[in-house]
Design a protein around this ligand. Structure first.
Ligand SMILES: Nc1ncnc2c1ncn2[C@@H]1O[C@H](COP(=O)(O)OP(=O)(O)O)[C@@H](O)[C@H]1O
Ligand SMILES: [Mg+2]
Length: 405
């Protein structure tokens, strides 16, 4: 068996798929789908396994998948469904595929067929598209629903309402942050909306990934090593999959070995893996925050205590935050203490300056970075909700990055 069929970071895992049975996620989801007549909303933190759960439970042939990230206007939404349904828009008379046939049966033949000529089908209406889906018992899945603008969300929910009443099954996937305000705003949707939350991954949940994967490759890796990786994965199954894969490639194992062997990577090897993985995750987000808002005035350089150079206030704050671990929730006092350790006394920013900069970073997180805000600054507490940002800050040297103007 090949390595990439075992540890899958960023796609659909099969061998290392973990059902986290104690949470009954699959069961809850199947129950809602079986009951029908509602929108089933799946929410959970970024990269926590929302798409994976959905793909596992609903076979690809039974659903039409719309990617919220690809939808810029309402037309994109409907055309992407039409494309997946393979509804013809134009066809020669003597070629009649089965898809065409069932489609004609649903909408009726709208154009007169003249022998030998090309038949043009008029663009189907929303109602026809949805009826076609319902008749073929296809589930509509809208992944990353939070990427749709509120106006499109509203339009979609309104168009779906009556079809849901008639039995169309709809699944929305989103990060939790106010994603479903548009649904609750529709009065008739009350009671026709079910919510399934994907909880964060515990270390034991994460440990199932190496437990399933390594033996398939003929590898034994001590439990305490896997546990160390589980801690560094910061509740992310994606990071855990990646670490396991990197342990394999470190020993040049790219497919199952026989006989099975024991592997015991040192801390230094693991740290190299983390540093290397950190280069692939979190940087684009970090870079946007570290640049701060566009401003014409030059920022004061803050000289480092160790004499190795200077940082502007945004970079200095992020570096101070990184030195806390970084934790997912930290108080201003901890940031200040770390700024004191980092910067020369005269260059340490005042509280209002730090607060101001963090406020700007929060706005950048809300306005310039897609998805759920990666950081939040409120009542003297900084919340870092994105595990990849935390991981990046822990394992990369912020001073290594130059920030182009
Ligand atoms: N149930 C699972 N078992 C094993 N690995 C998983 C599981 N769910 C997610 N992962 C890992 O995390 C990655 C991201 O999952 P995904 O479903 O795409 O996240 P989301 O849709 O929540 O952003 C997957 O590619 C896989 O590496
Ligand atoms: Mg997803």
């Amino acid at each position: 068996m090949k390595l990439k069929a075992v540890f899958v970071a960023g796609g659909m895992p099969n061998v290392t798929y973990v059902d986290r049975n104690h949470l009954s996620l699959e069961k809850k989801f199947r129950t809602e789908l079986a009951e029908g007549y509602k929108i089933v909303a799946i929410t959970g933190p970024t990269k926590s396994g929302k798409t994976v759960l959905c793909r596992k439970v609903i076979p690809a042939a039974d659903c039409i998948w719309v990617d919220g990230g690809q939808v810029e206007n309402p037309d994109d939404f409907w055309t992407s469904i039409v494309r997946s349904l393979r509804i013809p828009t134009e066809e020669s008379e003597n070629i009649t595929g089965s898809a065409t046939f069932s489609w004609q049966a649903i909408i009726g033949i709208k154009s007169q067929i003249t022998a030998g000529s090309t038949v043009k089908y008029p663009a189907p209406t929303k109602k026809e598209i949805l009826t076609a889906m319902r008749s073929s018992e296809l589930t509509l899945v809208v992944d990353d629903f939070h990427y749709l603008s509120p106006a499109i969300q509203q339009e979609v929910v309104r168009s779906l309402k009556s079809e849901i009443f008639d039995g169309l099954t709809v699944v929305f996937i989103a990060v939790p942050h106010r994603a479903f305000d548009t649904i609750s705003a529709e009065p008739e949707m009350e009671g026709r909306y079910a919510h399934i939350t994907i909880p964060p991954w515990s270390i034991d949940d994460l440990l199932s990934i190496p437990a399933k994967g390594f033996p398939k490759l003929g590898m034994t890796v001590p439990d305490q090593i896997c546990r160390k990786m589980g801690v560094e994965a910061l509740q992310s199954p994606l990071l855990m999959q990646r670490f396991c894969g990197r342990v394999c490639t470190h020993y040049e194992i790219i497919e199952t070995i026989k006989p099975a062997r024991n592997f015991d990577p040192t801390d230094a090897i693991l740290e190299d893996i983390y540093k290397d993985v950190a280069k692939q995750f979190g940087f684009p987000t970090f870079e946007k925050l570290a640049k701060g808002p566009q401003s014409r005035s030059k920022r004061n350089p803050r000289r480092l205590k160790d004499g190795s150079g200077s940082l502007d206030i945004y970079q200095a704050i992020l570096m101070a935050v990184g030195k806390t671990g970084p934790k997912s929730k930290l108080h201003y006092d901890e940031i200040r203490d770390n700024l004191k350790d980092l910067l020369q006394e005269v260059d340490i920013p005042q509280k209002h300056e730090v607060s101001n900069a963090l406020g700007h970073m929060e706005s950048i997180a809300k306005e310039k970075i897609k998805g759920e805000p990666v950081i939040e600054w409120s009542s003297d507490y900084l919340y870092i909700t994105d595990p990849f940002l935390r991981f990046f800050m822990k394992w990369s040297n912020i001073k290594d990055f130059s920030f182009a103007e």
